[in-house]
Design a protein around this ligand. Structure first.
Ligand SMILES: Nc1ncnc2c1ncn2[C@@H]1O[C@H](COP(=O)(O)OP(=O)(O)OP(=O)(O)O)[C@@H](O)[C@H]1O
Ligand SMILES: [Mg+2]
Length: 499
């Protein structure tokens, strides 16, 4: 069939790790093909091989029935394969048009002079063709994450891409932007393109996919049209068993107020934010991207100084001038952006758990390697990290497993008040369930938990109360069993700029 992509018997190992052990994968034009699997199943690795980032140890790639080899991303792009990365690589200081024509500028009749008008006209024309709304003169720095993705897509389209790989594309988008992306995906499919879509959000897979392939431990566990494989079946193939009781059963039994924030204001735009969290309580925080949830967490953790407001701990005034103060007081903050502000990816994975906790485990001055190794293994097991050993570089773990390292770190720090900012982002359904159980256990032990999340189902599945933020302010404090997702969305909603 024309335009058909086939990867045959792909094998890839990283040292002792068998990331892919003979994967055969076929994607047809005019379809959205979802690629599912637990963290570390090999999804990104398979797609990086397709995109020429990695060379396979064995196996072949066929396009239109012809064997192809891609030794670098340029080769793959030449063949019409485009990969939309999580971290986009656009030139921030250039405009949309300049980014689109980077390296292939249109020149005028006079040598060395660029034909700016022609490039802008073509950008407008291309946007019209695909129904994108973009200002060709806007510097990329001023665009939202969703708009940047559109620039990347347009760039690929202008280089005649026909196969689009999207690896968790919605993880940094607002709900409205995600909806826009789905429309675009459907339009590309209508134009006969192939879209390979990786996501841990099963509702997205259910809505978008025509075909679904499930990877498990580097091999294909199932592959079928979406009409023949429902989501529970996909999940069963992913984790290799039935997943029941997705949310833990909670005995909601909040104790005394542990932490209070009173009328917080910071330079990052939050104002008049007051809330309390009790011992044994899981409090959720909902709101659209940019509503001030992370900013609130940063204020509590001492990252961002207060312009106004105060904290109390068990009713007594509490001064938090730095993250060190917060940690001393027993406050933990699992950040949303694990790469930039949480994980040291060049260090061994195990160290990412233990290093900040050395004083606690009695290794302030002396490192006892065997003890450390044992502790790493114990905590790694608690959060079920998948690693060949705690000695592997954190960078070489899959995204979800990196997230688990950070959770393990704070579990070990034995904090009393834990703030989790999007703790399940990028992790698979099985691991999500484990994270929910961990949060429930922490509450059961009498700790106070604040969970920031953009996924309403998990807030409703887990929390005693839900706080809603909008435009830097706390606009609602709702008891979970007395509210509905509609009510939360109503409080959270603000007009969002159109893309
Ligand atoms: N550059 C690398 N060096 C060493 N090991 C790697 C490298 N990249 C991936 N791996 C390992 O290969 C396996 C597959 O990883 P991959 O990133 O493909 O998983 P994934 O399915 O994309 O997971 P996730 O859903 O968490 O993104 C994992 O065990 C991972 O630790
Ligand atoms: Mg991945």
């Amino acid at each position: 069939m024309t335009g058909e992509l086939q990867m045959r018997n792909i094998v890839k190992t990283f040292g002792p790790v068998k990331a892919l052990q003979g994967v055969t994968f076929t994607a047809r034009p005019g379809t959205v093909h979802a690629l599912c699997g637990e963290n570390g199943a090999g999804k990104s690795t398979l797609m990086k091989i397709l995109a020429g980032v990695f060379e396979p140890d064995a196996g072949e790639i066929y396009l239109d029935g012809q064997k192809r080899t891609f030794s670098n991303p340029g080769d793959a792009l030449e063949a019409g394969i485009s990969m939309l990365y999580q971290e986009l690589d656009l030139a921030e200081d250039l405009t949309v048009t300049e980014n689109l024509f980077l390296g292939r500028e249109i020149r005028g009749r006079i040598p060395f002079i660029l034909n700016r008008k022609a490039m802008i006209d073509q950008t407008v024309e291309q946007c019209r063709l695909y129904g994108f709304e973009l200002n060709p003169l806007a510097p990329v720095r001023t665009l939202t994450a969703g708009q940047c993705q559109i620039v990347e897509l347009l760039k690929a389209l202008m280089r005649s891409a026909r196969i689009f790989v999207m690896d968790e594309p919605t993880s940094s988008l607002t709900e409205a932007e995600a909806q826009r992306l789905f429309e675009i995906i459907r339009r590309l499919r209508g134009l006969g393109m192939t879209i390979i879509y990786i996501s841990h959000r099963m509702e997205e897979v259910a809505r978008l996919a025509d075909e679904i392939t499930v990877l498990r431990d580097g091999a294909v566990a199932a592959s079928a049209p979406a009409s023949e494989m429902d989501i529970p079946t996909v999940v069963r193939h992913m984790v290799g068993r039935e997943l029941k009781d997705y949310y833990p059963v909670r005995r909601s039994n909040p104790g005394a107020v542990l932490f209070e924030a009173d009328n917080l204001k910071t330079a990052e735009g939050i104002e008049g934010v007051s809330f309390a969290v009790r011992s044994g309580e899981i409090v959720g925080m909902a709101g659209l991207v940019g509503a001030g949830r992370t900013e609130t967490a940063r204020a509590v953790f001492g990252v961002q100084p207060l312009l106004q407001g105060a904290f109390r701990w068990q009713g007594k005034p509490l001064v938090i001038a730095s993250p060190a103060d917060a940690i001393r007081q027993g406050i933990a903050y699992l950040t949303e952006d694990r790469k930039r502000t949480g994980l040291c990816t060049i260090l061994p994975a195990g160290w990412n758990i233990t290093l900040p906790n050395y004083p606690r485990i009695g290794m302030r001055y002396l490192l006892r390697l065997r003890k450390e190794q044992a502790i790493c293994e114990e905590y790694g097991r608690k959060v079920s990290v998948r690693w060949s050993s705690p000695g592997v570089r954190a960078a070489d773990l899959s995204g979800g497993n990196q997230q688990k390292l950070l959770i393990a770190r704070w579990l070990m720090a034995q904090s009393q008040f834990l703030i989790f900012d999007e703790p399940t982002r990028g992790i698979d359904v099985g691991a999500k369930r484990e994270v929910y159980q961990m949060l429930a256990d922490l509450a059961e032990q009498g700790k106070a938990v604040l969970m920031i999340s953009s996924e309403l189902p998990e807030l409703f599945g887990l929390c005693d109360r839900i706080l809603v933020m909008r435009r830097g302010r706390l606009v609602a404090d709702l008891e979970t069993r007395k509210t509905t997702p509609e009510e939360v969305m109503h409080y959270a909603a603000v007009e969002e700029p159109r893309l």
